[in-house]
Design a protein around this ligand. Structure first.
Ligand code: SF4
Length: 238
């Protein structure tokens, strides 16, 4: 199964920019962006980010306001501040032994950086990897990580896996099974998340009087450190 997977990947694997580097900072940027944003949306933003801030030190020197502005459109804006804080920590103290000590870095992201940047033999297990392992009943090694990401994202899909074109089908005990719909993320339209994101976009364009804004959204953004309220004016942190 491992050989079938790697042969398939050699032919069908996606050419993604973060797969062409072993730079730990670049890989951290890609992984944080990919946490909650689709690959196709991340690619141009990842390239633009690295052009603007090619190193952890350059990001660390940036103003939080600029980091938040650059993140606009990727969603879940707290990730931008956490990435900025992580860059400052790395610049001041180096990479920690336990990468989960970095702000916004959980087990999966830490394992991804350890595997793809530092060459550690660890398999980062995200939803795609977990699904393929569960369905096949196999445990794969770290060399299979990127292949598992792509198989899970393009063939072994959550609800209707495309077993007909799957390189693992011959040996897979779950071949041709159907699955219940996955629990979907609640719709953005009309949600508080959307109100927050619209409010942040307004403030990112320019500082505004509190009276012009959604005050509940401002309070939540302020609690997360994404905006500051001085007097009755709301602005990005500097
Ligand atoms: S045969 Fe079907 S269920 Fe098994 S790994 Fe391939 S796509 Fe997934």
């Amino acid at each position: 199964m491992r050989k079938a997977l790697l042969d398939w990947f050699a032919e069908h694997g996606r050419d993604l920019p973060w797969r062409r580097t072993r730079d730990a900072y670049a890989i951290l940027v890609s992984e944080v962006m990919l946490q909650q944003t689709q690959v196709s949306r991340v690619v141009p933003r990842y390239l633009a980010w690295l052009e603007r801030w090619p190193t952890a030190a350059s990001l660390a020197a940036a103003l939080p306001a600029d980091v938040i502005r650059e993140w606009q459109g990727l969603g879940y804006n707290r990730r931008a501040l956490n990435l900025h804080r992580a860059a400052r920590q790395i610049t001041e103290r180096g990479w920690p032994d336990d990468l989960t000590d970095l702000p916004g870095v959980g087990r999966y992201t830490a394992d991804a950086v350890r595997a793809f940047a530092f060459g550690k033999p660890v398999l980062p297990v995200d939803t795609n990897v977990r699904r393929v392992q569960e369905r096949t009943g196999r445990r794969f090694d770290s060399a299979c990580a990127q292949a598992l990401f792509d198989l899970g994202a393009t063939v072994c899909l959550g609800r209707v896996p495309r077993c007909r074109i799957c390189p693992l089908a011959v040996q897979c005990p779950s071949r041709n099974r159907r699955y219940e719909p996955l629990r979907r993320q609640p719709p953005l339209e009309g949600s508080f998340r959307q109100r927050r994101s619209q409010t942040l976009r307004l403030v990112a364009a320019r500082a505004r009087p509190l009276a012009e804004l959604d005050d509940e959204a401002v309070a939540a953004l302020r609690d997360d450190g994404l905006v500051e309220v001085t007097g009755a004016v709301v602005r990005l942190p500097v």
